[in-house]
Ligand binder design. Sequence first.
Ligand code: FNR
Ligand code: 8K6
Length: 347
Amino acid sequence: MTENLFQPYVLNDTLTLENRILMAPLTRCMADDDLVPTQAMADYYARRADTGLIISEATIIRPDGQGYPNTPGIFSEEQIAGWQNVTSAVHAKGGKIFAQLWHTGRVAHPHFFGGEYVLAPSAKKVEGSVPRMRELTYTVPKPATTEEIDQLVADYAQAAANAIEAGFDGVEIHGANGYLIDQFLHYSSNDREDEFGGTPENMARFPLAVVDAISQQIGADRTALRVSPGAYFNIEGDERDRQVSDYLLAELEQRELAFLHIGIFDDSMEFDYLGGTASSYVRKQYSKTLVGVGSYSAETGSEAINDNKFDLLAIGRPLIANPDYVEKVKKGQALVDYSDEMLAELV
Ligand code: FNR
Ligand code: 8K6
């Protein structure tokens, strides 16, 4: 039934995955107070080293990218050393791991970094407040200046270099789920009138600058990107967003990234302006390696790969509930159901 998941997959000249099950990036808020990955995190990731590729929990590129408590960083020496411990543990068990690079933009909160404001494309705030810290209401962001945008691009590239120094096999740029990069790609969060807003080409300029700066720094073969063409989290959709995505995907088609990964919680969700699900839309616009995700079981994911809906399957919540997910699926054993209470502990 699920045999295709256990076939190796050649990503490119430098990377071959042993199977097609990826661990989806999962924020766990368990780094120490200096945002350094702990030994418990190294053990947690090592237990999942038999997935074809682990994508780390989202990891902030610099202090003002933080939007949740105790999310790890990759900008200080201590953080790089902490990640080195994680990647060694994963490699010792024969696994591979990419770092997911994150800046939350307007979903950041000054509380976490002692700042006065958060940066975003435009002065358009997201409704609501920080999960688990509901007293922290989101603020109206300061629109980033051109110089600040250039600095952000440079800081993404530096974070990618730090990830390689820390032993990661590559990086996935977090361009999904309504965070900074995604904020540039949607009209509801980007009303700029300069070269970063107003047209698909302008709105994709910052995301592509990050992709290109990182590709140049560490190689396109070790650079991946996660996108959410359908707005569903931290952001409102707009029909015009479709043209921005079309443009972005056409540009990405010309680059040789390791893979493109959909950011979604449930891939049966349909978007009017995409003419269907996020994965079916991207598959039509982009011919290279695509990672699907979102409420799949091994069986439904295997079927989707068989039907050529995507090439690789990322699994999130079931891997929180089952550290031995790959082994269990292979042997046809029953899985433990995920529940939100499991987030309290790293198992
Ligand atoms: C997530 N997700 C997520 N996505 C991402 O790009 N970076 C992240 O750090 C996180 N963090 C995160 C934490 C938790 C607790 C959950 C439940 C989800 C989304 C995740 O990668 C995935 O897309 C969804 O969970 C859908 O896949 P599953 O869980 O249905 O297999
Ligand atoms: C505690 C911080 C965790 C931050 C990372 C994201 C975690 C998301 C947890 C569940 C959110 C579900 C959102 C689903 C949106 C579907 C909209 C229809």
